[in-house]
Design a protein around this ligand. Structure first.
Ligand code: ARG
Length: 561
């Protein structure tokens, strides 16, 4: 839309400058606005309004502008307002209808490994694990949609101290690997980790078991395999329920075989130093305002740490996939850890070309602003949370259907995910189950309800889906069409910022407009065939877009609402 404007401004300024046309926040006045005149006028020592007039005059002579815009005007003190021709809006929409992926421009393709989920083996899953899974899955889908070559990895936490603790607990109770159950694991971990906090000796024993496990001790490996197997099944079940899928089910333990090679490389580059018996890697840079402590590569007892496995995993990913980028989604409190790891990776010859990005997320809080708890006051097991949402949703007076379990699960998913993804991922947000389970307001059920209702109209009038004419009939009609034209920007923005929240909000705005459209424009009894064709065709495009956006937000559509 801004090609001509850029051309005219470059001519006047006699140099190329970036020009951005913004979607107007006053759709009653114009469709797009340019607000860059002030800066430009200052640089050129001109009066903004006069400069604006000069630009508008040139634009008005431009033949392409004549085709696109019905009005271009400069308003005081120096904005340029653009109004599109209805026929041009429809031309763009027609391309969205016929071309693949709505004719949106795609960024250049890269190979990106995305690391999210990050559940820990042998520790029970809870609400805190929802966010990195949902946010990560959504970002993965956005990357794929935008044509990227994506490899997703759950990167299980499976080789840390919790393993030593659980194995210690199992041995204390004389439980053999074959006798391990999920319930046992769920009670053992909190018990032993509590003991370790009180008793240094037990902690030492657990650390030692962890170290010997990492070194490959047969007895512990047998426990490890069983624990991994049982715990993984449980984690898979939860991710499946949430529609979260990974290409790779690797974990910290899989990085171990790369440590010897990695250590060689680090030594060759003189990056490892000894400090109080431990092996560390310094990562400070002159420009740091806060001091970044060194990454601890190997403890004095010979054990390796979280940072070591993450570094070895980058090394492994370089060997297996040669990625351009690696994205990590985890709690934002891990920022320092990732800063240290990425800095070492940038120093290492083998991995220095990879751009690693940490996409930290905030916590999910309850109405009291503290980490989310159930009505009973405990940190909810996920299953209980899902059931609670079902109950609350079914009490909403607006729904009146008998849902299948499958539909209810989809609705529960929509409640959780739309609550989450409409917020910027790095912020904490308050998960108010009552509010987010409603069919009205900015909620998952509202979006699903809009989709299902619109789809019903289309189904009843399927024979009218055809081409768009040049006409737009009223303001509700125009606003919906203009909103759909914003899809390209919304998707590109989501891609650039690695954020789903812009898309969630864009989807919500579409739904508000489609509901206004529906309430003001009655299609079913319409006798004007041309209008009917235009409207049904427009709604068909709208529902296709809603469906794709829902998919990017990891929300599935139930058979009824
Ligand atoms: N397991 C980790 C945790 O629960 C999250 C893993 C994040 N990914 C990574 N490559 N470190 O804190």
């Amino acid at each position: 839309m801004n090609k001509e404007l850029k051309q005219v401004i470059s001519e006047i300024k006699k140099e190329e400058i970036p020009v951005e046309l913004k979607i107007s926040n006053r759709p009653d006045l114009c469709d797009y606005q340019y607000d860059g005149i002030f800066g430009l006028a200052k640089e050129m020592h001109k009066n903004p309004y006069e400069l604006g007039i000069e630009i508008v005059n040139k634009l008005e002579e431009n033949p392409t502008c004549k085709e696109k815009f019905s009005k271009i005007e400069c308003v005081r003190p120096g904005f340029i307002n653009f109004t599109l021709k209805d026929s041009y809006i429809n031309e763009l929409l027609s391309k969205m209808i016929t071309e693949e992926k709505y004719n949106i421009s795609m960024p250049k393709q890269e190979t990106i490994v995305i690391d999210y989920g990050g559940a820990n083996i042998a520790k029970p899953l809870h609400v805190g694990h929802l966010r990195p899974a949902i946010v990560g899955e959504s970002i993965k889908r956005i990357l794929k949609y935008m044509g990227q070559n994506v490899i997703s990895d759950v990167h299980l936490g499976d080789y840390g101290l919790q393993m030593g603790q659980v194995i210690y607990g199992l041995q204390q109770e004389n439980i053999s690997p074959k006798e391990i159950t999920l319930e046992k694991l769920a009670t053992l971990y909190p018990k032993i980790s509590g003991l370790c906090k009180e008793d240094e000796t037990i902690k030492g024993i657990c650390e030692n078991i962890t170290k010997e496990l990492q070194d490959g001790k047969q007895e512990y490996q047998e426990y490890f395999k069983e624990i991994l197997n049982i715990s993984k099944q449980d984690i898979k079940k939860m991710y499946d329920y949430l529609g979260v899928h990974f290409d790779l089910w690797l974990g910290e333990s899989d990085a171990y075989k790369y440590i010897p090679e990695l250590t060689e490389e680090l030594k060759k580059q003189n990056l490892i130093e000894t400090s109080e018996g431990a092996k560390v890697i310094h990562v400070t840079s002159e420009t740091d305002s806060l001091e970044i402590p060194p990454l601890i590569y190997q403890k004095s007892n010979g054990g390796y740490l979280y940072g070591t496995t993450d570094l070895a995993t980058i090394y492994q990913r370089e060997i297996d996939y040669k990625p351009n980028k690696i994205f990590y989604i985890a709690d934002k409190r891990q920022n320092l850890h990732f800063t240290q790891v990425f800095r070492v990776a940038k120093k290492l010859e083998k991995t220095k070309e990879i751009d690693c990005e940490f996409l930290g997320n905030g916590t999910i809080n309850g109405k009291d602003g503290k980490p989310f708890k159930t009505r009973a006051g405990d940190t909810p097991k996920l299953e209980n949370l899902f059931n609670e949402i079902k109950d609350i949703f079914l009490k909403d007076e607006l729904h009146n259907e008998n849902y299948t379990e499958e539909d209810l699960d989809k609705i529960v998913n929509s409640v959780i995910k739309f609550a989450d993804l409409q917020n910027s991922r790095e912020k904490e947000y308050i998960f108010d189950i009552e509010k987010f389970s409603k069919t009205t307001g900015k909620t998952g059920p509202y979006i699903l309800y809009t989709y299902v209702r619109t789809k019903k109209i289309i189904k009843n009038n399927e024979q009218y889906i055809d081409k768009l004419s040049k006409t737009i009939y009223n303001v509700h009609d125009r606003e919906l069409r203009m909103k759909l034209l914003g899809l390209e920007e919304a998707l590109n923005m989501a891609f650039k910022t690695r954020m789903s929240s812009g898309l969630a909000n864009f989807l919500y705005e579409i739904c508000v407009l489609v509901n206004a459209f529906y309430e003001n424009n009655h299609i079913n009894n319409l006798e004007d065939n041309k209008k009917k064709t235009d409207w049904v065709t427009l709604l068909d495009l709208t529902t296709r877009i809603i469906k794709d956006l829902l998919d990017l937000l990891v929300i599935e559509i139930p058979s009824k609402m």
